[in-house]
Write a protein that binds this ligand. Structure first.
Ligand code: B12
Ligand code: SF4
Ligand code: SF4
Length: 251
């Protein structure tokens, strides 16, 4: 197993003005499944050229592989208390991929857990989804609620909906506070660069998105995963929360 991590951190800041939604960093640019699959394909071609006859198979969240556990075994980093992989060198803005291969390789040393007594990610989670160190209850996680939950507004309890704030796709709160991210350098991968829409998603404009413009806007983006109906449900919740904050004055 060759385990790889790809840095997706960029120096940009999201527009946090009232009326804007918030999108998780990994979805600011192009879909990482496509970006990393292309790069892993290049690595497979190099392996084939150097070691003819060797078999390889690449994965980017595309099969039943415990990507974080193997990345830890491969020495890329450790599984932090927020349950994501953290690298001592480049923090936690890393997406993971793997190549399974018959190539005989010398294994790396597993990485050591450096969380120590820190609990910043647990304290930062708005819904208390990190129910104990290293354990996330996905049913409470805003990333799950905004991306994976394929139900209408009624499936999200009001209390949780209120805690979603202006997050309309994913959540970065537990990653944002991790001290190891202070060392994060910006990625050199241009495909992860944000665009004006993902940095400043205007809730009112998004609420009026047609099926056709949704497909065009998010053609190469991870955001297409929610389909238009899922994104508009999240936008509706963010607008509810905005109205609550402004005492019903805002739309
Ligand atoms: C399901 C899933 C989610 C769910 C549940 C997350 C959770 N923490 O449980 C939801 C939708 C909530 C989610 C959210 C996010 N996710 Co997600 N998610 C996954 C996915 C598809 C599967 C994980 C899984 O459930 N596997 C099955 C379980 C049983 O395995 P596990 O989680 O690895 O945990 C087990 C092992 O670690 C094992 N274990 C522990 N130690 C060892 C040692 C050995 C030797 C072995 C063999 C096993 C082992 O025990 C654990 C418990 O069974 C992975 C991709 C993948 N294929 O891994 C991405 C993945 C974990 N997600 C990712 C990301 C980026 C996110 C978000 C940050 C996105 C966002 N900004 O909104 C959030 C973060 C939320 C959080 N705090 O975790 C990245 C994480 C990258 C990283 N640096 O770690 C991944 C790896 C995708 C990728 N290819 O990059 N995610
Ligand atoms: S992604 Fe957000 S809701 Fe999920 S565990 Fe992290 S801080 Fe909590
Ligand atoms: S915020 Fe602290 S506890 Fe959480 S993963 Fe980072 S170092 Fe570990």
């Amino acid at each position: 197993m060759v385990s790889v991590g790809m840095n997706y951190y960029t120096d940009n800041r999201a527009n946090e003005q009232p009326g804007m939604g918030r999108i998780a960093r990994y979805a600011w640019g192009k879909d990482y499944h496509t970006v990393m699959s292309r790069r892993l394909g290049q690595l497979e071609a190099k392996i084939a050229a150097l070691a003819p006859g060797v078999t390889t198979k690449a994965y980017v969240d595309t099969g039943p592989i415990m990507e974080k556990a193997w990345a830890q075994q491969a020495g890329l980093g450790w599984i932090g208390k927020h349950s994501n992989l953290v690298s001592a060198d480049c923090g936690s803005w890393l997406l993971l991929g793997e190549i399974l291969t018959t190539l005989d390789l010398k294994e790396d040393e597993p990485a050591t857990d450096l969380c120590g007594s820190c609990t910043l990610c647990i304290q930062a989670c708005p819904t208390g989804a990190i129910v104990e160190p290293y354990l996330v209850d996905a049913r409470l996680c805003i990333s799950y609620l905004t991306i994976e939950l394929r139900e209408g507004r009624a499936a999200i309890p009001d209390e949780l909906a209120a805690q979603m704030g202006n997050r309309i796709f994913g959540c970065d709160d537990c990653l944002d506070v991790c001290p190891f991210n202070l060392r994060a350098d910006a990625t050199r991968e241009p495909a992860f660069a944000p665009n004006p829409l993902t940095l400043a998603p205007n809730l009112q404009a998004l609420a009026q998105t047609s099926e056709e413009s949704f497909s065009t806007m998010f053609k190469e983006s991870p955001i297409k995963r929610t389909k238009r109906s899922g994104l508009l449900r999240n936008v509706g919740i963010a607008q509810e929360n905005h109205r609550q904050q402004t005492g019903g004055r805002a739309s």
